[in-house]
Write a protein that binds this ligand. Structure first.
Ligand SMILES: [Zn+2]
Length: 506
């Protein structure tokens, strides 16, 4: 069985994640589910990044130990993911003892090889961002990322020699067109960051001690670049002298999904770390856009934060999965608000998808007590319809391969629209009035076969809805392979009454 290793970034355990933070894990979940359906041995990893100064400060504010603080946040994150029906195989935490040991070994190895060296670092430091900036980077004397005050700071630190690997990285990027995706991100990384020259990266901090200590210099803590980034291999039981069975099986990662704000770190520091360790690079690192409200990034200070659990309570689980997956374009940010969610649920899920399924099943029950016969008496209108339906699975495959999930979902909803139009064109109620039962049977079979295909196509994205649809038509033909040929629905199945699939929101 071919393996497929997919990861998300690990979420920083400083507070409860908002809907924008969980978009990424829902995206990864849908791809993981899809690959499982396609027969891959999928390993899907996500988790929490638990070290650093921000956690230290939050723990102090809350009068608890750092470990207690991250235990609680990590639990909240995991509960949020479970509530969103995320099918992760592994939920990792960087405060894990084994992980810390391996990070320490990685640091030692790179130091011994000469890829890490000690030097003095001086610059402007922003505590909340945990970052140093040069004079040039400051905006009006303040942090360029968050706008807060910065302080002058000087510390002895360890640096990773990025310059040792810049040419190798560039060469790899050029020879592997799928490595950095989408393409415009690749261009940005090469032109804005690599070509102007990479400064060696400061990989330790001494201003706090909540983290993995440098093994031979306990005043310094290994910073996020090595600690958090290496989670993708440490939790495959990788160690510098031991390429475990799990590592050999799943590494390199097939798809690493990353938000655009930390894409640069994953496209430069992470591969260089792997090159220094003499390990293979991931096949694809995909940078996604943000889900923003009111055309601004969500933040507590702006008061525009939406949380996944509250939205799921208000609108329903698959409704929210659908909204966020279908509302994120590849090249621009997606918008989210309660009003937009309502509109989309009503138009796509209630009026289009739900309406198709509820009215088809109602007709089948009314005219034939739910029994669906395969008569294959297709005329031109039916053949044209079948041809349209048959194109969809391939279109969906192509969109998913490009990590374009909003396109995949719009193809599926379009299929439901095509079915609704077919019903309007063939007018089953008139066929019934005319007692043209052969023809009526044929039309209903064609629609219900299309509903079967829709039900299977929806499996990775809306798992609960997909189950409801498939159960209501009582088919046993549910393999993903079965949707590439129209007409696999059994003869003489009996459909069952189904509750309203999606209620319109007023
Ligand atoms: Zn800042």
């Amino acid at each position: 069985m071919e393996k497929y290793y997919i990861t998300t970034a690990i979420v920083y355990a400083s507070g409860k994640p908002h809907i924008g933070n969980v978009y990424e894990v829902v995206l990864a979940d849908s791809i993981a589910r899809y690959k499982r359906l396609k027969g891959f041995d999928v390993y899907f990893q996500t988790g929490t990044d638990e070290h650093g100064e921000k956690v230290h400060i939050k723990a102090q504010e809350n009068n608890v130990t750092e470990q207690d603080y991250v235990d609680n946040i990590s639990k909240i994150v995991r509960e949020n993911y479970d509530m969103l029906n995320i099918s992760y195989d592994s939920f990792v935490r960087t405060s894990d003892i084994k992980h810390k040991e391996i990070v320490s070994n990685i640091f030692q190895k790179l130091y011994d090889k000469g890829d890490i060296y000690k030097d003095v670092y001086e610059g402007w430091y922003c505590i909340p961002c945990e970052s140093f900036y040069t004079d040039l980077q400051l905006i009006d004397g303040k942090c360029p990322d968050c706008g807060r005050n910065v302080e002058k700071k000087k510390e002895e630190s360890y640096f990773l020699k990025l310059s040792n690997y810049t040419d190798k990285l560039l060469d790899y990027i050029e020879k592997n067109p799928l490595f950095l995706q989408p393409d415009f991100r690749k261009t940005e990384i090469i032109n804005n960051f690599i070509k102007p020259g990479l400064q060696d990266l400061c990989v330790t901090r001494s201003s706090f001690d909540w983290g993995v200590k440098v093994p031979f210099d306990k005043n310094n803590v290994i910073y996020v670049w090595i600690d958090a980034l290496s989670n993708y291999i440490t939790f495959l039981d990788y160690d510098i002298n031991n390429k475990s069975e799990k590592f050999n099986k799943y590494w390199p990662a097939d798809l690493q999904i990353i938000g655009k704000d930390i894409y640069r770190f994953h496209a430069i520091y992470w591969p260089i770390l792997l090159l220094a360790l003499e390990e293979e690079l991931p096949k694809t690192i995909f940078g996604h856009q943000w889900l923003i409200s009111d055309k601004e990034k969500m933040s507590k200070s702006r008061g525009n934060v939406l949380y996944a659990d509250e939205l799921v309570n208000d609108f329903g689980l698959d409704q929210i999965r659908y909204y966020i997956l279908s509302s994120m374009p590849i090249t621009s940010d997606g918008l989210i608000s309660k009003e937009l969610i309502k509109e989309k649920i009503n138009s796509d899920l209630a009026n289009t998808l739900g309406n198709l399924i509820n009215r088809t099943i109602a007709m089948s029950l009314k005219y034939f007590d739910g029994i669906v016969k395969k008569t294959e008496k297709n005329d031109e209108i039916d053949n044209k319809f079948i041809e349209e339906v048959s194109k969809t699975p391939k279109k969906v495959d192509e969109a998913i391969e490009k990590t374009n999930i909003s396109l995949a979902l719009s193809n599926i909803i379009d299929l439901a629209r095509i079915c609704n139009k077919y019903i309007d064109d063939t007018t089953p109620w008139i066929l019934a009035k005319d007692e043209n039962y052969d023809k009526l049977n044929n039309v209903l079979y064609n629609i219900i076969e299309s509903i079967r295909i829709i039900g299977i196509l929806l499996k990775p994205f809306l798992p609960d809805t997909s189950n409801k649809i498939i159960n209501s038509i009582n088919t046993k033909i549910i393999s993903y392979d079965s949707i590439y040929k129209f007409g696999n629905l059994e003869n003489n199945i009996t459909v069952e009454k189904i509750d309203i699939l999606f209620t319109r929101i007023e």
